[in-house]
Design a protein around this ligand. Structure first.
Ligand code: SF4
Length: 298
């Protein structure tokens, strides 16, 4: 059970600070920005960011001791409210984080970034030497569509980390993964967008990634549908009234929204039901495969 995180695939969520600059289509509806603004902080290159005191950082040591006592590894999702590889991150914050990584042998640190091209020059130099990247540091590229996959997966795979995985949330288009990538990836996490401004995910995109992973034995985790989930209409129901009221939307196979509802052409209806109700079942089952690695304390 997660101690301080409601995210299914992690035991803890840790933020070194709050704040980030926008670089991708997914940033249009950044949930972290909305949350930060609600608490009175800014967002973007020059904004005032939230930083944390020693007590906050020492949580990492406490979680590590707990994991050690329990004899299990705990996963820490590091950066729900920032991107550690943003060049506008506060001075010294990465170096401080690397120190805590070194002091927490029983934690796996899952670093997710939209800036995978920056990682090589921002991690400790020794990690890039053969066999020196700590097995407990997992690295993930956030990918939302095929363009980002083509651009960023080769950069991710060039890093000498033991576990390199994809975080495809919010998935904004169909993505075809090359076989040569899949052989070298540790897993794929997929999810739809949350929040009132969320764009719906076409279910076929998630099913396709699930099937691509199954065909190659790659761990696949379905995080959530998000704000919108597929709905089945009762026979003889006209969806247009609900569409007008914003309760339903038509999603075309290419991700465009609206128009006439033509199911034979790959159109689906999705309902604005909210993340909790939408849940995380694909074809009636949970997909929760997590990458794994043999750990060495270093
Ligand atoms: S990279 Fe992530 S945290 Fe940063 S602005 Fe974009 S969505 Fe928000």
């Amino acid at each position: 059970m997660s101690e301080n995180s409601s995210i299914e695939w992690t035991d803890h969520t840790f933020n070194t600070h709050w704040g980030c600059s926008k670089i991708s289509p997914r940033c249009d509806n950044c949930y972290a920005e909305s949350l930060a603004r609600r608490f009175g902080y800014g967002w973007g290159d020059t904004a005032i960011e939230r930083e944390f005191n020693e007590g906050h950082w020492n949580e990492l040591l406490r979680w590590d001791r707990k994991a050690g006592r329990e004899g299990v590894r705990h996963r820490v999702f590091t950066n729900s409210m920032f991107d550690l590889f943003d060049r506008f991150a506060p001075a010294g914050v990465r170096e401080r984080h690397w120190q805590f990584v070194a002091r927490t042998p029983d934690l796996d640190h899952l670093l997710l970034t939209k800036r995978v091209g920056n990682v090589r020059r921002m991690v400790p130099t020794e990690w890039l030497s053969p066999g020196r990247w700590p097995a407990k540091v997992w690295i993930s590229a956030s990918i939302v569509n095929q363009d980002e996959a083509d651009r960023d997966i080769p950069k991710l795979l060039a890093l000498p980390a033991a576990i390199r995985f994809l975080s495809m949330e919010p998935l904004l288009g169909p993505v075809s993964l090359k076989h040569e990538w899949m052989r070298r990836l540790g897993g794929v996490f997929v999810g739809g967008a949350s929040g009132r401004e969320a764009r719906p995910m076409h279910p076929a995109w998630a099913y396709s990634l699930r099937d691509q992973c199954a065909a190659t034995g790659l761990p696949f985790l379905f995080k959530q549908w998000g704000q919108w989930s597929p709905v089945r209409l009762e026979p003889d129901t006209d969806p247009h009234d609900q569409i007008r009221r914003g309760a339903l939307r038509i999603v075309k196979a290419d991700g465009t929204i609206g128009g006439c509802f033509r199911p034979g052409a790959g159109d689906v209806l999705v309902g604005n039901v909210g993340k909790a109700l939408a849940g995380r079942l694909l074809d009636g089952r949970v997909h929760d495969d997590i990458p794994s690695v043999r750990h060495h304390r270093r």
